[in-house]
Design a binder for this molecule. Structure first.
Ligand code: MRU
Length: 348
């Protein structure tokens, strides 16, 4: 008999500040951080205390609301100018997940529509809360559509953490597993550890165990062997940005898994809300790929594992070409190729 524990929210609005689940402390500690300034919010996104495309966007939106309610100016133009500066600061935190820019755009539009400082402050708080509740809804629907693709007893492989703690609730790629658990629908999940930052080992394994989902952790280099020997039926991952032709940026290592899926002739699914699509980009070649500090590779949890001064290359994401993606699961339904023609039918 497995015990289940309710999953903490990744981000919560508390009227005067933001409460954040510190994802860097997991799984050893369930720790919450209180963020009182826009700088706190920016630093938390940059240092991955909050991560995952939708959660980054939601945290930044609450960051704008926080910055706005703290403004003391009585001049509307000055107020809008100052809040726009907060938007610009938060937009410079991480480059790849488009949900960040999408959420900030919604906040910016709300700001510009206001005709008094008081109404702008309350509208910005309301908009951030709305983004949060919309995300809960979108993720639940993604879970429903995702689950419809699986059969009882399936073994499914996932990468990184596209779970409840990477979103407002449920997650994207992990949403079907949370719903399966609610419905006593048996599914076995294999989670890749996801070097260098270990989102799979630290977060997905923890999140699914908290929920009572049957999860098995493997290191990244075990994926091919596991697919071959453990009868993996499908691979499902989240996304940070999806271009108009379906090319998808997601956590580094995703591309290799998509190639493996093709080799072993199993479906490769991407699960993402419409806020993850960037239809202004023709293809994945234009998606900016974040490169992070090499220390993430040369050390694990503060312990050095590589020679001093070794050269490193640390891209945080890769782009999977649309030709390797079987379908894209959104809150509006399951999109099949041809993506260039079909995405606009599901994503406005
Ligand atoms: O660097 P991270 O941990 O923010 O990367 C997260 C991912 O790549 C997720 O798969 C993606 O953001 C989707 S989260 C629902």
């Amino acid at each position: 008999m497995t015990t289940t524990t309710p999953l903490p929210y990744s981000v919560q609005w508390n009227d005067t500040h933001i409460t954040l689940l510190n994802q860097q402390a997991l799984p050893s500690k369930i720790e919450f951080l209180e963020l009182f300034t826009v700088k706190d919010v920016y630093d938390s996104i940059l240092t991955l205390k909050v991560r995952g495309a939708p959660a980054i966007g939601l945290t930044a939106a609450f960051g704008v609301a926080l910055g706005a309610i703290q403004e003391n100016t009585t001049d509307l133009w000055q107020f809008k100018h100052n809040v726009t500066k907060h938007v610009t600061t938060l937009a410079s935190s991480r480059p790849t997940a488009v949900n960040l820019f999408w959420a900030l755009k919604r906040m910016e539009n709300t700001l510009q529509a206001a005709n008094s400082i008081a109404s702008a402050k309350s509208a910005l708080v309301a908009e951030a809360k709305k983004l949060f509740s919309e995300d809960v809804e979108m993720c639940r629907k993604i879970g429903e559509y995702g689950l419809s693709l699986f059969n009882e007893g399936d073994s499914i492989l996932t990468h990184c953490n596209a779970g409840g703690i990477a979103t407002a609730r449920y997650g994207t790629a992990l949403a079907p597993f949370h719903l399966a658990k609610e419905r006593s629908f048996p599914i076995k999940v294999y989670a890749c550890e996801t070097r260098p930052v270990l989102q799979g080992a630290r977060l997905t394994a923890w999140e699914l165990m908290q929920a009572g989902v049957d999860v098995t952790l493997i290191s990244d280099n075990m994926a091919a062997h596991t697919i071959h020997h453990k009868k993996i039926e499908a691979i499902i991952v989240g996304a940070d940005r999806i271009a108009a032709n379906g090319d998808t940026a997601n956590k580094i290592g995703t591309l290799g898994l998509a190639i493996l899926a093709k080799h072993y002739d199993i479906p490769f699914y991407v699960a993402a809300p419409s806020s993850t699509f960037d239809l202004s980009l023709e293809s994945g070649i234009s998606i900016p790929i974040e490169e992070r500090n090499g220390d993430e590779i040369t050390s694990i949890q503060g312990i050095r594992i590589a020679p001093e001064n070794v050269k490193t290359f640390n891209p945080a994401f890769d782009v999977t070409p649309h030709s390797l993606i079987t379908s894209i699961i959104t809150e509006n339904g399951i999109i099949s190729p041809d993506y260039r023609s079909n995405i606009p039918l599901f994503v406005k």
